[in-house]
Structure formats: structure tokens, C-alpha cells
Design a protein around this ligand. Structure first.
Ligand SMILES: [Zn+2]
Length: 123
């Protein structure tokens, strides 16, 4: 089944009862090969929907939502992206948090030249 295969491209079996997420190294329950806990973790923590993703987008990057303005160096943009990704993963927040007005105003306050690109508003 394609679904099962996709889960295991992001996690690895440790034994009959446990699996480890390849993205954050968290050990999760996978009793008898049951992937529901893993799938919930991938969606909730990493915004990876194994039921929806096709082969073109196996590892969604936060860079696709957050885009630096030209005056911001690429290295600095990546740095900020990593910090935001870590913040989202650590708190278990949905990745959609970056589209929230509160989050945007916080980033604008901290880093005026860092531009948040919304997924829905591409203007
Ligand atoms: Zn994980």
C-alpha cells in the first residue's frame, strides 16, 4: 500500500512496537506495524500528510511559505527559516501558524526585512 510506504519514508522501524521519526528522532508507538500514531505525528508536527503527498513533494520546506526579500541574504533567510521550523516543531504547532496575523506582526517587529509569504496570498 502506498500510504504505508510513505509513512516509512519518514520513519524507521525499531522493533515490533516502536518506530523512530527520521525528522525529529522521536520514538513513537507502532504496534504490529500500525502507522496511525506515526501519521498523526507527521501531520501534526511536521505538516506531512502521507495520505495526500505525492512524489513531487515528499519533504515540504518552510522556505516555500517564507520568502526573504532581496536585501536579506540567503544565509540569513535560511537561518530564520530554521529557527521558525524549530519553533513550530518544538511547540507542536501547526505550520499554518505562520499565516496568522499575530505571528506575522511578531516577525515584522523582530525582523522588518524578513518577509513572510502566505500560502494563499501570493501577491
Ligand atoms: Zn518527528
Amino acid at each position: 500500500m502506498g500510504k504505508v510506504f510513505k509513512v516509512w519514508s519518514h520513519a524507521e522501524r525499531l522493533n515490533d512496537n516502536n518506530a523512530r521519526c527520521k525528522l525529529c528522532e522521536l520514538v513513537l508507538s507502532a504496534k504490529g506495524g500500525n502507522t496511525s500514531t506515526l501519521r498523526k505525528h507527521l501531520i501534526g508536527t511536521h505538516c506531512i500528510d502521507v495520505d495526500k503527498n505525492d512524489s513531487t513533494n515528499s519533504t515540504p520546506s518552510i522556505a516555500s511559505f517564507l520568502v526573504g526579500k532581496p536585501n536579506l541574504s540567503k544565509a540569513r533567510t535560511l537561518q530564520i527559516d530554521h529557527r521558525i521550523a524549530a519553533f513550530i516543531a518544538q511547540d507542536g504547532s501547526p505550520i499554518s501558524i505562520v499565516n496568522g496575523e499575530g505571528f506575522k506582526s511578531l516577525i515584522n517587529f523582530l525582523k522588518p526585512d524578513y518577509n513572510i509569504k502566505s500560502r494563499t496570498n501570493t501577491a
